[in-house]
Design a protein around this ligand. Structure first.
Ligand code: SF4
Length: 227
């Protein structure tokens, strides 16, 4: 077994062969040997594994305004990480190559980096926060969670740059360590979401309400595509 595989959080066993992942609003029911919609969570003999734990496809120091967050420690840098994979399939995605790599190519690549190494990198580069970004951080929740806990111990804040399609269970589990989020609200109609993204709008709106209730600093981005 791949030594980076780790048992997933937030799933339930339905029967001997099937599990239900409750990390995002797809709530994938996954049979033995199969993957969820994101293609980075796999059922092996009735246990759900994350395939991207500790495997970064991107690590950069970015201005927090590039996330974009304009009212959360403005003028500071954010240590920005991602793994491959996404639970959406936006036709306009600018990070398609890494977001859809597992789905399109059956490939999960990247460099090994432990949560400790990520936090050390953030400290060494003088970052005020760590951003879980570029792809959809919900799908690498376990990795983000363990990194975020260590980040708080080191006095570093945590930021999610997200499509907002996570479950309230995920937010409830993460919120002691999640300080801010930018939700990319991609459209205002259900049919637009279903047509261009492969998911629904309602769970995204619900997530934003839950974030507010939990006291997570929230900023919202809406992409405008000319033409
Ligand atoms: S994270 Fe979402 S898309 Fe991936 S397996 Fe879980 S429910 Fe499915």
């Amino acid at each position: 077994m791949d030594n980076l595989m780790k048992e997933a959080a937030l799933y339930e066993k339905i029967d001997k062969d099937r599990v239900r992942c409750n990390l995002c609003a797809h709530h994938c029911v996954i049979t033995d040997g199969k993957l969820g919609v994101c293609h980075v969570r796999k059922n092996l003999n009735g246990t759900l594994f994350t395939l991207v734990y500790g495997r970064t496809i991107s690590q950069h120091v970015d201005p927090i305004e590039k996330k974009p967050l304009y009212h959360f420690y403005p003028g500071t840098s954010s240590y920005s990480i991602a793994t491959s994979g996404c639970n959406f399939r936006c036709r306009w995605c600018q990070n398609w190559d890494i977001a859809q790599m597992p789905r399109e190519h059956g490939l999960i690549s990247g460099s090994e980096a432990s949560p400790e190494q990520i936090v050390s990198g953030a400290l060494a580069s003088g970052c005020r926060s760590i951003a879980y970004t570029y792809t959809e951080p919900t799908i690498f929740f376990e990795y983000a969670y363990n990194t975020a806990r260590l980040a708080h111990e080191a006095g570093i804040a945590n930021v999610y740059v997200t499509n907002g399609y996570m479950t309230s269970d995920m937010l409830e589990a993460f919120h002691p360590y999640l300080d801010a989020a930018n939700v990319d609200l991609k459209a205002f109609r259900e049919k637009t979401y279903h047509r261009y993204v492969g998911a629904g709008l309602k769970p995204v709106l619900e997530s934003m309400k839950v974030m507010k209730r939990l006291g997570i600093w929230l900023e919202v981005t809406t992409l405008v595509i000319p033409g």
